[in-house]
Write a protein that binds this ligand. Structure first.
Ligand code: PHE
Length: 450
């Protein structure tokens, strides 16, 4: 996205929505949402997710886009411009981007392995656990994923990627629908639908709510300045309010369909829904095996997964690169190299933590706070999704609500009263009170304090 970071503009409104949706829709929807739901009670997780999406997710999305469009700067610069004391919150976002990329590129690598694997024989024949616990092979795939991401950012071909996503994203949508139909019509699928859609409210607890909140932030690319950066490329006659509900709606649609593709099959094949990060990789190849031209479907599907993962990964590397360019005055080429190198160095222990480093815990168990012992992969995931992103969102709400002020924000949203924002009053209350307090309470209950 060289042309946009040179303080460009989105060529069209669709270009922005596509890029922002490209950042949002990724492994978070296809890989993470289903396994998080599976680990947290199924339908009850989906229900809590939707509640948090509407109350907090959309509120924060609008706040981030607004700060971005107003300041026309990257995350750190935006905070700095409005209040120098707050620049560190933008800095935390950059750190977040590093940590997310460290495990994101590992999973991106797994997707490449499955794509290639579906040509070689059938993806269903890949021994998932054997593969991810191996010392060398997954790291090679991680490296390939890193290089792909870097090439796109380095050569500034984000624009081309955006154009390609006009074809790839709808194709992904259609594919998941086809897979979901196959999955839902397998014998024994009903139990999966029940698990996924019929909430058992007795399963709600602090851990489930924190997991759902973290997933909302992760999936919408919120809480770390990504949407501030994207908003900064918008010009004045773009509708912020429309984007703030359209991107979440699209994102949630894809995540919901991914669950619909996975859970019925999980139950039909007598597998466990709480299998964790291997869920998508373990289940979908089995579904493809039940389809005519399954190998062909599998190959195209994993290609689309890689594509979705790349459009998210470039937005993450972009945050890191823009930081080095804007704040450290490093040339874009050098900045993107430093960024991806740092990310790859962190990704290696993440990948190894699946196998040879499995016993090395960088976060020790803190039973009183519901924190299990974690290796690199899980620790980075935990620190970003369950701590840093929601914290970034909480701080952003306080910042917009109380420091910059909702009057200024609403002025930006309505172009100085020129366009209408009928929910302005409700949004103010959400930003100033409801969202920050809710995030705070979820932290307290998730960490066992209340
Ligand atoms: N939203 C992306 C996904 O769901 C991940 C992401 C998180 C991207 C944070 C940018 C910022 O895959």
């Amino acid at each position: 996205m060289k042309e946009t970071v040179g303080r460009g503009r989105w060529a069209s409104k669709a270009g922005f929505v596509l890029a922002a949706a490209g950042s949002a829709v990724g492994l978070g929807n296809l890989w993470k949402f289903p396994y998080m739901a599976g680990e947290n009670g199924g339908a009850v997780f989906v229900l809590v997710y939707l509640l948090i999406l509407v109350l907090i997710g959309m509120t924060v999305m609008l706040a981030e886009l607004t700060v971005g469009r107003h300041t026309q700067l990257d995350a750190l610069g935006a905070y700095k411009k409005l209040s120098a004391k707050w620049a560190w919150v933008g800095g935390m976002g950059v750190l977040c981007a590093f940590l997310i990329m460290a495990f994101y590129t590992v999973v991106g690598g797994w997707a490449i392995k499955y794509f290639i694997g579906s040509f070689a024989s059938a993806a269903a024949n890949i021994d998932f656990v054997g593969f991810i616990t191996a010392p060398v092979e997954p790291i090679i795939y991680t490296l390939i994923f890193c290089l792909l991401t870097w090439v796109i950012v380095f050569y500034g071909i984000g624009g081309g990627i955006e154009k390609a996503s006009k074809i790839m994203m709808p194709l992904l949508f259609i594919f998941i629908i086809i897979i979901a139909i196959r999955s839902c019509t397998l014998p024994g699928a009903g139990a999966g639908l029940d698990y996924y859609l019929n909430p058992d409210l007795s399963k709600i607890n602090g851990g489930v709510i924190l997991a759902a909140m973290g997933q909302v932030f992760f999936s919408l690319s919120l809480g770390m300045g990504c949407m501030i950066t994207y908003g900064s490329y918008l010009d004045r006659n773009s509708s912020l309010t429309q984007s703030a509900w359209m991107i979440p709606a699209l994102d949630t649609g894809v995540a919901f369909l991914a669950g619909l593709a996975i859970f019925p099959a999980v139950f039909a094949f007598g597998m466990q829904p709480d299998a964790g990060p291997g869920l998508m990789f373990g289940i979908l190849p089995q579904v493809f095996a039940q389809m005519p031209a399954g190998t062909f479907f599998a190959a195209i599907f994993f290609l689309l997964v890689i594509f979705a993962a790349l459009t998210s990964a470039i937005s993450l590397l972009e945050v890191v690169t823009a930081y080095f360019v804007d704040e450290k005055a490093i040339k874009r080429s050098g900045a993107s190299i430093i960024g991806i190198l740092g990310i790859f160095i962190l990704a290696v222990p993440c990948s190894l933590s699946m196998g040879s480093l499995a016993g090395v815990h960088i976060i020790p168990e803190i039973a009183a706070m519901n924190i299990p012992a974690m290796g690199f992969f899980d620790a980075f995931d935990f620190l970003t999704s369950k701590v840093m992103l929601p914290l970034g969102g909480l701080l952003l709400c306080i910042f917009v609500g109380w420091v910059w002020g909702t009057d200024n924000a609403i002025n930006e949203i309505t172009d100085g009263g020129f366009s209408s924002f009928s929910l302005a009053g409700i949004w103010s209350v959400l930003v100033k009170f409801v969202a920050p307090i809710a995030i705070f309470l979820v932290f307290l209950s998730g960490f066992g304090v209340i």
